[in-house]
Design a binder for this molecule. Structure first.
Ligand code: ZN
Length: 412
């Protein structure tokens, strides 16, 4: 039996004659029928075309006498193929113990789940798939697309993983968690900051910027992955925001996620200020500490190697000052955002409000404090602007979406 993509196209054309709300396949759009450019790489589009809904619609067209003159008998094969692919996706996408109704295989892999016998069967079926495509000269040729080999590899792999886990005492496996979407999304975000062919330094710089900016949804739009459900440990606001009251309870604040993030930014600032030229033991002692201090846990985890400390560990006083400075800066921009010389004015405000009396190196006191303040502003201000812009864009998007919905309801 031969399955053809043209059957799906034909079914889509028939379905398109109905108004949108009555359509059997409302999720399918024109662009999906001839996927080019970025659409061709989107897994979610493939998943929507290869879905049970589309298969079901093809079956319906077959059964319905008013349509079956329009659509060939052979298209049953297409429906069957789509259903097989849909099931394959399901078998790799379960995240709950009980599967949703009608999707028996979309659940956790356990000893009792149907996965084992299903994959055995599916492996044999996929092996027999033969794909035909037209060459540029217009001849039909049998090909083995990477996706076919990929499915076979994936099935083998997940069987090995499950057997291995079971032998180590695991009672279930969540196949939805077995993907590299998070990694791909991260790399996509890094690429958006430094292009496709960065140097090592550009790459590291972009990675740091992305961590600082938060891997926002906006930055991820246009990637070819399904959105992963992961949340960033901290966005920059929580990254930098620290309460003033944390001063004397080091041990308690040590585990606090926000303090750890502020520590990271503070270390970044300390490294910038204490360049190789600044050789003063007092300054070093006041601004830096060892990795053993509680607030530096996060940085210690980020070290590339265990043997060598490449990242700077800030002192607790510096962490508190930077955290307070960012809070002051944010409040200041909120009130005086539109005024000229924002950077200068907010720097003065920070200098007036934040406590720097702990910094007692008389020789460098002014330069260092100025340096810390100067470092906080270029991190905090652009980020604040970016966030405001993002809010405005989101509001516009929401408004457009509402309009669209109203139009749909009116069936225009
Ligand atoms: Zn000094």
């Amino acid at each position: 039996m031969e399955a053809k993509f043209s059957d799906i196209r034909q079914a889509y054309e028939i379905d398109k004659k109905s108004p949108l709300i009555f359509r059997a396949m409302p999720k399918i759009k024109d662009t999906y029928m001839a996927p080019i450019m970025r659409f061709a790489m989107k897994v979610n589009i493939a998943a929507q075309v290869m879905s049970r809904t589309v298969a079901a619609f093809l079956y319906t067209l077959q059964k319905n006498t008013s349509f079956n003159r329009e659509i060939e008998q052979r298209s049953l094969a297409t429906a069957t193929f789509i259903q097989q692919v849909d099931e394959l996706f399901d078998s790799f996408n379960g995240s709950q113990i009980t599967p949703p109704t009608g999707k028996d295989i979309k659940c956790l892999v356990t000893d009792d789940s149907a996965h084992q016998s299903y994959w055995k069967k599916a492996f044999q079926i996929i092996k027999k798939w033969k794909f035909k495509r037209f060459t540029k000269q217009g001849n039909l040729r049998t090909t083995k697309p990477p996706s076919q080999i990929g499915w076979l590899t994936s099935i083998r792999a997940i069987q090995y993983i499950w057997n291995d886990l079971r032998s180590k005492g695991f009672s279930s496996l969540r196949p939805r968690a077995l993907n590299q979407d998070a990694l791909e999304n991260l790399f996509g975000a890094i690429r958006s900051g430094c292009g496709d062919n960065p140097t090592v330094f550009q790459f590291i710089g972009s990675l740091k910027t992305q961590i600082l900016n938060g891997l926002t949804k906006q930055a991820l739009s246009g990637t070819n992955c399904e959105e992963d459900d992961n949340v960033l440990l901290s966005n920059l606001k929580s990254f930098l925001h620290v309460e003033e009251t944390h001063t004397d309870s080091d041990a308690e604040t040590g585990g606090n996620e926000e303090t750890l993030s502020v520590a990271y930014v503070s270390g970044f600032i300390a490294k910038k200020i204490l360049g190789p030229d600044h050789q003063c033991d007092d300054c070093q002692q006041l601004l830096c500490s060892t990795s053993m201090e509680a607030q530096n846990l996060f940085i210690a985890f980020k070290e590339w190697t265990d043997n060598e400390n490449r990242l700077m560990y800030p002192s607790e006083n510096l962490v508190i000052a930077v955290g307070h400075a960012v809070t002051v800066l944010e409040n200041f921009i909120q009130k005086h955002g539109g005024k000229p010389d924002l950077s200068k004015c907010s720097a003065i405000e920070i200098k007036n409000v934040v406590n720097f009396s702990w910094f007692s190196c008389e020789l460098h006191c002014n330069t260092i404090i100025e340096g810390v303040i100067k470092a906080v502003c270029p991190i905090g201000i652009p980020w604040w602007c970016k966030r405001q812009n993002r809010n405005i864009i989101q509001e516009k998007k929401d408004a457009r979406a509402t309009k669209r919905k109203i139009r749909k309801f009116k069936n225009q």
